[in-house]
Design a protein around this ligand. Structure first.
Ligand code: ZN
Length: 410
């Protein structure tokens, strides 16, 4: 069976042309560009031998029937929406590669004991409605109908956007798959990070989609005159926050695979001649297990409190977001690793620092992911790039995995 990597890349290029702006790629949920992308993807699915249609939330869903009709499926896929000014591989590569694998099976007349369902999810990035994974949550049966009345960035509620797209908001529940019908969900995706490039490897097996916390941290000291208050008498909230930022870096660096980031900081009152009395900063902590994540947060809190006590300021953490870790199934990791090894590629396992549709699908099936190296680890950026040879390896690994797959959770 043969994989045509050049066709995969050409299709990513074709999808990249479907954008709301001419000089770049932006394609959000339920937009005219998404409709055009769906038309193309459904056509490719049908050409590959899948029966394909849009589901109740606007995902492209194609089914390649098993040896016996109606058998449970191996679900493959990724997303077709993008961030603003996106790259052309984040999401789309996984959808197009899955279609290519089915095309190879179909051309060879191969039917398997399980069906293959390929899904191009309509929303993963959450750009339009501010809530991620809308497509995959609908498929997992965990779509929150309260979101229907949430206005998008353009002011149009999701309910109205679905209607304008020709979908019925009352029927979103029909997109759901029953857990008994899905043997596993496996996604190929670009790494969006630099690990595989640094290791000199085209692909890697994902161990988990990292869970994360986000907090707003508030430090309160005492504002004062920058000229008159002696150093020993100050309660400088920004100097305290600076120590906290370094503590985040030290705690995360000291724990394997934990990452911690302070991405935003604001000092008040924010004047050149005033000692900062109050500082707010963001804290983002992610780890491949919930235990590691909780331990890292506890260590950060302890450091913050010690710094605050020593500097006579107060500190408070306000939680703003939390996602559980979605561990990749051990048996699926083994099968993916065997497929990688069969391509004479060293098996590298790595966690995913970014979120993916598997975080929703894990509610109905074991999940697995295969990462493909991307240039410089750059993603969510027009400079996103992959090597054709790496794409070919990724597609062959996915096809080997499909052929070796047999259902069942580890
Ligand atoms: Zn993605």
């Amino acid at each position: 069976m043969s994989i045509d990597a050049s066709r995969i890349l050409a299709r990513c290029d074709a999808l990249a042309a479907l954008s709301e702006q001419p000089d770049g790629l932006t394609r959000v949920f339920l937009s005219p560009e998404q409709r055009a992308a769906n038309t193309l993807v459904l056509q490719w699915m049908r050409e590959a031998g899948l029966s394909a249609s849009l589901d109740a939330i606007g995902n492209c869903v194609g089914r390649y029937e098993a040896q016996a009709a109606g058998a449970p499926c191996l679900m493959l896929g990724s997303h077709l929406d993008t961030v603003r000014d996106a790259g052309r591989y984040d999401g789309m590569l996984g959808v197009v590669t899955a279609i290519e694998c089915v095309a190879a099976l179909s051309a060879a007349g191969r039917r398997l004991p399980f069906a293959i369902v390929v899904i191009g999810f309509g929303d993963e990035e959450g750009v339009r409605f501010g809530s991620t994974l809308l497509g995959s949550r609908a498929v997992a049966g965990t779509f929150d109908t309260a979101l229907l009345d949430r206005p998008g960035r353009d002011g149009v509620p999701l309910r109205d956007a679905l209607c304008a797209f020709g979908l019925d908001p009352a029927r979103v529940g029909e997109a759901a798959f029953a857990a008994r019908d899905v043997l596993a969900y496996v996604e190929l995706h670009i790494e969006q990070g630099p690990v595989l490039e640094a290791a000199g490897l085209p692909v890697g097996v994902v161990t988990a989609i990292n869970g994360g916390y986000r907090f707003n941290v508030d430090m309160t000291g005492m504002a004062g005159h920058a000229g008159t208050v002696p150093m020993a008498l100050r309660r400088d909230a920004l100097a305290a926050a600076a120590e906290c930022v370094l503590a985040v870096e030290q705690v995360a660096a000291g724990a394997p695979d934990v990452v911690g980031t302070v991405g935003r900081i604001e000092a008040l009152p924010g004047a050149m001649n005033v000692i900062p009395g109050r500082v707010r900063f963001s804290l983002d902590v992610r780890a491949p297990t919930d235990g590691q994540r909780a331990a890292a947060l506890a260590a950060m809190r302890e450091r913050f409190e010690a710094i605050a006590a020593r500097r006579r300021v107060s500190v408070a953490l306000e939680p703003v977001w939390e996602a559980r870790t979605a561990p990749c199934d051990a048996a699926l990791q083994e099968r993916l690793a065997a497929a990688v090894a069969a391509e004479n590629v060293a098996v590298r396992r790595l966690p995913s620092g970014a979120g993916h549709d598997g975080m929703a699908l894990i509610d109905i099936a074991p999940i697995g992911m295969l990462f493909v190296r991307c240039a410089g680890g750059i993603s969510h950026n027009p400079a996103e790039a992959v090597d054709a040879a790496d794409v070919a390896v990724g597609a062959r690994v996915l096809l080997r995995f499909i052929e070796s797959f047999a259902g069942g959770r580890a």
